[in-house]
Design a protein around this ligand. Structure first.
Ligand SMILES: Cc1cc2nc3c(=O)[nH]c(=O)nc-3n(C[C@H](O)[C@H](O)[C@H](O)COP(=O)(O)OP(=O)(O)OC[C@H]3O[C@@H](n4cnc5c(N)ncnc54)[C@H](O)[C@@H]3O)c2cc1C
Length: 287
């Protein structure tokens, strides 16, 4: 199908983009990579009267590495993060590994990190990463800029705390120290498909004990979620197969997914157990 007709504004500055959004409210939509929005328009699941294209706005394609955090701008494509080399340490490794699993190569060369987060698919790699690291989303409008924590940002499937007149100008992620070990595992039917279940983990190890643990899940609820049960099992214990199996069981016992075309709810629960254990094992460079 073809989209319903729409007006098109190619913004040349962030001020212009937010002033059009402020004028038109929810009649307008931002377009970045177009990899989700255009498909939704073609299926008439989205019918914006006006598209505000931000691709020609200068200054949005930056990865700004600070002392303890990195800001990923609104025009940073998936592929740039997958290729790596700009974000140091374990965070850079996790971005490269997860980025490789976002769709197919043409999607990754065009789609944006911030677009994924604004789109808020609960099985999106970047949404799970934002939940894992307590990312802060920088929302800009004619009223100014505010930072929204991940916990408040993801409201439900395809719904965020962004107001219709706000642009997600950047996402701020904390840099991880060299004591952090990061792991990623997802299960999908075919390479390039959205994951059925995904787990991302970051554990900090000092003197042979886990001193900090983060475990995030995708595909099990309406938002990307943290598994506080798995995290509680991990902290204070020695990293290893038994600890990871216990954490994986705790994660599986504390999710309540729905069954769907991929299988019954129990199938997803089993996948949670397998993916959490696999991502923790990979965090230690095994598996
Ligand atoms: C076949 C296929 C497979 C895919 N597989 C995966 C996958 O495995 N994992 C995954 O995560 N994604 C997957 N995707 C989606 C892809 O990653 C998209 O690039 C991403 O979801 C949206 O980014 P975009 O820049 O293309 O956004 P767009 O399509 O331009 O916009 C998406 C939505 O976000 C809004 N938006 C975009 N940028 C901003 C902004 N800066 N501020 C405010 N609102 C904004 C738009 O208004 C729209 O509502 C897949 C897509 C396809 C077509």
């Amino acid at each position: 199908m073809k989209p319903a007709s729409f007006d098109y504004v190619s913004a040349s500055s962030i001020d212009q983009a937010v002033s059009v959004l402020s004028e038109l409210g929810d009649e307008a939509k931002v377009i970045a990579g177009g990899q989700s929005l255009v498909a939704m328009m073609n299926f008439r699941l989205a019918r914006p009267a006006t598209l505000v294209d931000i691709n020609r706005v200068p200054g949005l394609d930056v990865i700004d590495v600070g002392a303890d955090s990195v800001a990923v701008g609104a025009l940073v494509r998936h592929r740039r993060l997958e290729l790596g080399g700009e974000v140091p340490g374990p965070l850079g490794d996790l971005l490269a590994e997860a980025g490789h699993h976002v769709g197919h190569l043409p999607i990754r060369t065009r789609g944006t990190f911030c677009g994924s987060i604004a789109h808020a698919d609960p099985a999106s790699e970047w949404c799970v990463l934002a939940a894992l690291l307590d990312a802060r989303m920088e929302a800009t409008s004619t009223r100014g800029t505010r930072l929204i924590p991940a916990e408040e940002f993801f409201v439900t499937v395809f719904t965020t705390a962004l107001e219709p007149d706000e642009i997600l100008t950047a996402v701020h992620l904390p840099l991880l120290s060299e004591n952090h070990h990061v792991g990623f595992a997802e299960f999908s039917r075919r390479a390039g498909d959205f994951a059925i279940v995904m787990a991302m983990t970051a554990i900090e190890v000092a003197d042979g004990r886990i001193t900090d643990a983060r475990v995030a899940l995708g595909g099990v609820a309406a938002q990307p979620t943290r598994s506080s049960a798995a995290e509680a099992v991990l902290v204070g214990r020695a990293p290893g197969a038994e600890t990871f199996a216990d954490a994986a069981s705790a994660a599986a016992e504390n999710v309540t997914p729905h069954g769907d075309v991929h299988g019954p709810a129990e199938y997803r629960v089993d996948l949670v157990r397998a993916m959490v254990r696999r991502s923790l094992t990979r965090a230690l460079g095994e598996g």
